[in-house]
Write a protein that binds this ligand. Structure first.
Ligand SMILES: [Zn+2]
Length: 396
């Protein structure tokens, strides 16, 4: 009898403890600066320091967070990852091959941390980016495809996620052909309200929103659908505000916000646009940080990258121990704050002559930084791998 009672109490205890386990933070913000290595952050802070009249010391919002880790990024089949494999590792805790999204190297689907938080712990989920919403990084949180280029298939997987807010600058492969519905029709059939631009968002009354913002002018030829009538670009910080206003603050949530243009500009070795893209993401971090200040015991903010792009450095062989910020800024302003170089070579000759070195137009295998503040932030200190976000975000 005594043994039976003991067994019974043990079972009850186990049952109770498994039910009571929940994620540490009620509100989770995960920022992914696509291609944003530690050196991109250093270049941006060198620029900010110059503007402040100093050689260094100026900081972004997120680099002031109290916990800092370094994260390895290699994929299942390559020393140097792409965004699909890295996004999958961050989202699902398993390495896969470059080009594969939300599946393991054999093609088996992997459930993302956002999906687990939604399905098993009742979290609301917001996923958005400054680049198309079916691009690799946001898609790693809701889609499962063996090829990241299957954009229409990726879009079609949005409804199954039941995510609450999805946003980005348009859809890649918006309308695949005569037989299939376009992406907007498809998503609306499954209960999502698709809104194009800020004005439409403000009139929306659904709790399942797909928000389409304008891509930057130089990217519009690649994305044929966006709020075409409006010229405004909905900033990442505005998208963050929109996402927060869609979610119910009395319930837990997970938000993934991607600064996607950092990667695109870094591939092209564009110094000032890369800095501008990081500053734009930092503005969205500030919105999350204000939220954290209101709920410091319940909020976790993480800022990291999927990989480094471009191999940028503060310093170049041509310019030695200095950076010609006045020259870089003058060129940028004279060009109307637009990149007007005719080729990567021409742009890089200018970069090197001004003390900003770029070593590749591809990604590299650098470790990337992890900045953390709030509930459970100390777990992201020190050396980690990109598969560990998943484990650290969920209960043990
Ligand atoms: Zn890239």
């Amino acid at each position: 009898m005594k043994n039976k009672l003991t067994l019974f109490s043990l079972a009850a205890l186990l049952l109770f403890s498994s039910c009571s386990q929940k994620p540490e933070a009620k509100y989770i913000f995960l920022f992914i600066g696509d291609g944003m290595g530690a050196s991109q952050v250093a270049v941006t802070e060198s620029y900010l320091s110059y503007l402040d009249g100093n050689l260094g010391g100026s900081q972004l919002q997120f680099s002031q967070f109290p916990y800092l880790g370094m994260c390895s990024t290699y994929s299942a089949n390559s020393i140097i990852t792409d965004s699909a494999a890295a996004g999958t590792a961050i989202a699902s805790g398993e390495k896969t091959n470059n080009g594969m999204l939300g599946v393991d190297p054999e093609g088996n689907p992997l459930k993302s941390v956002a999906q687990v938080l939604k399905d098993e712990y009742g979290y609301q989920v917001g996923v958005f980016s400054s680049v198309p919403l079916n691009h690799a990084t946001p898609a790693a949180f809701y889609a499962h495809v063996t090829s990241r280029g299957d954009y229409y298939d990726i879009t079609k997987q949005i409804p199954a996620s039941k995510f609450d807010f999805i946003g980005g600058s348009g859809f890649l492969n918006f309308a695949p052909g005569d037989e299939e519905k376009n992406s907007e029709e498809y998503l609306e059939e499954y209960g999502y309200e698709v809104v194009f631009g800020q004005n439409e968002f403000e009139k929306a009354n659904s709790h399942k929103i797909v928000m389409v913002s304008n891509p930057r002018k130089d990217k519009r030829e690649k994305v044929a659908n966006y709020a075409a009538e409006e010229d405004e670009l909905v900033s990442l910080s505005q998208m963050m505000k929109n996402c927060l206003s869609t979610l119910d603050e009395s319930k837990p949530f997970f938000i993934m916000c991607e600064g996607g243009e950092i990667d695109w500009d870094s591939h092209a070795n564009r110094t000032m646009p890369t800095i501008e893209a990081i500053l734009a993401m930092d503005e969205a971090v500030k919105v999350a940080y204000e939220f954290y200040l209101k709920h410091p015991k319940q909020t976790l903010i993480l800022v990291t990258a999927d990989h480094q792009t471009g191999g940028v450095s503060v310093g170049s062989t041509d310019y030695g121990y200095d950076v010609n910020w006045p020259g870089i800024i003058e060129q940028w302003e004279e060009a109307g704050k637009a990149d007007n170089f005719k080729s990567v070579e021409e742009r890089n000759d200018f970069n090197k002559a001004c003390g900003i070195g770029w070593t590749t137009i591809h990604h590299n295998g650098d470790h990337v930084p992890v900045y953390a503040i709030g509930k459970g932030a100390e777990k992201y200190c020190g050396r980690m791998d990109n598969t560990e976000f998943y484990i650290k975000l969920l209960p043990e």
